[in-house]
Design a protein around this ligand. Structure first.
Ligand SMILES: NC(=O)c1ccc[n+]([C@@H]2O[C@H](COP(=O)([O-])OP(=O)(O)OC[C@H]3O[C@@H](n4cnc5c(N)ncnc54)[C@H](OP(=O)(O)O)[C@@H]3O)[C@@H](O)[C@H]2O)c1
Length: 379
């Protein structure tokens, strides 16, 4: 459900107040939700990986015409609002009195690009509507800056949908650690390798291609040294033809044992980082410091259970193959659970058929999630 956080305008436009039916700029909530959904659509054109959020912006004239649209194409490129203003200006549109409908509260800080608030003010924007407040302590405060300059700001329009779009980024910024997706490829009896340790391939080509598409969307992939040594994985994101995709996630190995120089992990692909700690919270903190927003953990059982035991898995991707082994390691190691009442229960988010296999996406119930913030140097 949407909730609308409204605070009255200040400054020269203070006389204009909004009601639930009509905004100060004369637009109905229905107009705004349509434009906000378009802003979400634009946001999805941006990359899912990277330190910055995916943001889309629609600029509307006072009579509701679309003047320009923009989205963020990744770190170092213009944010969605300046992109929309530029698109409008290039089309020869007059942006004075416009409404900016944007999926995330405009930033008010100078990073690799300037503050979006300044661009919107310079363009003469009269109203800003956003879905989600910016939780980043460095970039937040855009709404207050705009209000102080007399712009009407309306937050929380389609907030839940906006939060869903920004799930991994919001989580990482709020908690100071990446969103952790744990991937398992298991038989129907929950085994990830045969008794002799062999595990290639339990799942089908379709399932593996799906897993590669997920790799291309994350910032980093992690395995324990056990998997690195037993399977010699490359941990690269490849297309169906086996070619490296444009984006290669950081490759992370957790554990003390040395990775041989001949390992595929040293071959072409993302940067390789070995974290010799067994403290998974510390490892996630370090990855958060490196601006990893989304981490894909690909096993093995020891690392997976270490994360699950302390509530540091946010989503599970279980690829289940119609295969039985009867012996061999289970998908996760011991979780410290001795009786059924203590079972770690998850809620299924989606299921998909991938060739002969099934993908179950599930998340721990809120009570089983660790939502405490990992302290950072800044906090
Ligand atoms: N089908 C699948 O989805 C899948 C996926 C991955 C692996 N596998 C299979 O799993 C098997 C390997 O299992 P595994 O459990 O040895 O793999 P693992 O979890 O990748 O590695 C375990 C090792 O990682 C280090 N480590 C890192 N963090 C740790 C922590 N918090 N607690 C304890 N140790 C930690 C330890 O080694 P150090 O002594 O070096 O610190 C530990 O021995 C292989 O047969 C592989 O094929 C299957």
């Amino acid at each position: 459900m949407d909730s609308t956080r409204e605070s009255g305008p200040t400054g020269p436009d203070a006389a204009r107040s909004s009601t639930a039916e009509e905004t100060a700029a004369g637009r109905t909530p229905a107009d705004l939700t349509t434009s906000m959904r378009r802003a979400f659509e634009l946001a999805r054109r941006g990359p899912a990986h990277g330190p910055n959020p995916r943001v889309g912006c629609v600029l509307l004239s006072p009579d509701g015409q679309v003047l320009g649209e923009g989205w963020h194409r990744g770190a170092g490129t213009p944010h969605a609002e300046p992109a929309a203003v530029r698109a409008a200006q290039e089309a020869g549109a007059d942006t004075r009195g416009a409404t900016a409908v944007v999926s995330l509260e405009p930033c008010s800080h100078t990073g690799r690009t300037g503050p979006c608030t300044e661009v919107l003010l310079a363009a003469g924007v009269r109203q800003v509507v956003h879905a989600v407040e910016d939780p980043d302590p460095v970039a937040a405060g855009g709404a207050a800056t705009l209000r102080a300059a007399g712009v009407e700001v309306r937050g929380g329009v389609l907030r839940d949908e906006g939060e869903d779009l920004l799930r991994t980024w919001l989580h990482a910024v709020r908690l100071g650690r990446p969103w952790v997706t744990l991937k398992l490829a298991a038989t129907l009896d929950g085994r990830v390798a045969a008794a002799d340790g062999t595990s290639r391939w339990i799942t089908s080509r379709a399932a593996r291609e799906h897993a590669h598409a997920v790799r291309a969307q994350v910032d980093a992939i992690a395995v324990g040294t056990g998997t690195a040594l037993a399977d010699d994985p490359a941990l690269t994101a490849r297309d169906a033809g086996g070619a490296l995709r444009a984006h290669q996630p950081l490759r992370v190995v957790l554990g003390a044992r040395e990775i041989p120089a001949t390992a595929r992990l040293h071959g072409p692909g993302g940067e390789l980082v070995q974290l010799t700690t067994h403290d998974v919270a510390e490892a996630l903190h370090e990855l958060g410091r490196r601006q990893v927003r989304h981490l894909l953990v690909e096993g093995g059982p020891t690392l997976s259970s270490a994360l699950l035991r302390v509530g540091l898995v946010d989503e599970l991707h279980a690829y289940l193959a119609p295969v039985l082994l009867g012996a061999g390691p289970g998908a996760v190691g011991p979780l410290g659970i001795s009786t059924i009442a203590e079972a770690l229960r998850l809620e299924t988010v989606s299921t998909a058929r991938l060739g002969p296999d099934v993908l179950v996406v599930a998340r721990p119930l809120p009570s089983d999630r660790t939502t405490h913030r990992i302290p950072t140097e800044e906090s």
